[in-house]
Design a protein around this ligand. Structure first.
Ligand code: SF4
Length: 358
């Protein structure tokens, strides 16, 4: 399905929504007031390919630490604030976005102050609905359901819109996939704001990856979602890696290689597992949107190679390298990966030149 058209907003230099690439976010787990530890985690995320980082601001000392962190951060920063509007006012002076639910910070006057502070620096507000903490009146009427989450999002959106503020993105998270997906699907036709996707408290690396792949993946396939976060307990770099893979495998990535490899079976006569790992490692830096196929024998390799930009088909002690379905080399097994990667690099170079010219 086509991606839903959404309003484009900016978190620092990162565009979200419209035709911008789907961005990957993560969150530090250090105490934000510990500037050094937080910066270290931000740098790790940057190195892993993260686009935007969110920092929790539960106390005043965390809000005050945002200025020195922002100064040295290689990534745009979103301050995550729950109830204290004063922390939002401190944060709004320095960060690139704020996550706050306007209905949680008290009087209209307070909401106005926060909105004005964000307007002054032209930074967005993310409304972050969580099924576990819906407003009392909404929970009473709808329960902690997908519709309850939608109503909560609309309530917070209206508070901002009534003040003329539309620099908004929205997230709605529940710890189970079905409710999360349903909520986003219900809200999508009702507003034009970009959506931040995620399954909250997704869990360990194993289950969190699966839940996120199902939930975020289903929505991306529906054309829903402009930025994502995969929540994995204590797994900074993995959050980014899994997030990128979900975007890639849902066919929504505008950059990066898509590697197709066979699961192997009794017909195989080569060390395919090692070859695929090497291809994955040596193509991580490539931004060109290439499809690469690495197959264990000729049974499916020829068919897959027709749809791949560059392909290898292993045989007994030797194999073929193919470009756009045409055989360009027949080589001993040990030389195949290097030759395959030469073709990949060449194609990536041409793509980069073309991209620059455009
Ligand atoms: S491509 Fe060949 S080796 Fe790989 S799973 Fe299929 S039949 Fe088996």
């Amino acid at each position: 399905m086509e991606r839903y058209p959404t309003k484009q907003i900016y978190v620092g230099p990162v565009a979200i929504g419209g035709d911008a690439p789907i961005s990957v976010q993560s969150m530090t787990y250090s105490r934000t007031a510990d500037v050094e530890a937080t910066l270290q985690q931000i740098k790790r995320l940057h190195f892993a390919g993260c686009d935007i980082v969110r920092l929790a601001v539960p106390q005043e000392e965390d809000a005050l630490a945002l200025a020195p962190i922002k100064e040295a951060s290689p990534l745009p920063i979103i301050a995550d604030i729950h109830f204290n509007y004063r922390y939002a006012l401190i944060a709004a002076q320095v960060v690139d976005g704020i996550r706050i639910n306007p209905g949680n910070i008290g009087s209209k006057a307070r909401i106005k102050e926060v909105v004005r502070a964000c307007q002054e620096r032209n930074i967005p507000i993310r409304i972050g609905v969580n099924a576990g903490s819906l407003e009392e009146q909404i929970e009473r009427k709808y329960g902690a359901t997908a519709e309850g989450m939608v109503q909560s999002a609309l309530y917070h959106i209206k508070l901002l819109e009534d003040l003329g503020f539309t620099n908004i993105k929205v997230s709605m998270k529940a710890s189970d996939v079905a409710r999360t997906v349903e909520a986003y699907r219900r809200l999508r036709p009702l507003v034009e704001y970009p959506f931040h996707l995620g399954v909250t408290e997704a869990g360990t690396l194993f289950h969190g990856t699966i839940k996120s792949a199902i939930g975020i993946g289903a929505l991306l396939l529906d054309g829903i979602g402009d930025t994502i976060r995969v929540s994995l307990t204590g797994e900074l770099e993995k959050e980014v890696e899994v997030g990128r893979a979900i975007i890639q495998d849902a066919g929504r990535a505008q950059e990066g290689v898509n590697i197709i490899s066979c699961p192997t079976c009794g017909r195989i006569e080569a060390n395919l597992v090692e070859a695929v790992a090497e291809v994955e490692r040596r193509t991580r830096h490539i931004k060109a949107p290439l499809t690469l196929s690495v197959m264990g024998c000729a049974v499916n390799a020829i068919g897959e190679a027709k749809h791949a930009d560059v392909a290898i088909a292993y045989g007994k002690g030797s194999g073929l390298v193919m470009v756009k379905g045409e055989v360009v080399a027949k080589l001993p097994e040990g030389e195949l990966v290097d030759r395959f990667l030469q073709e990949v690099e060449e194609m990536a170079r041409k793509w980069a030149d073309q991209d620059e010219r455009n």
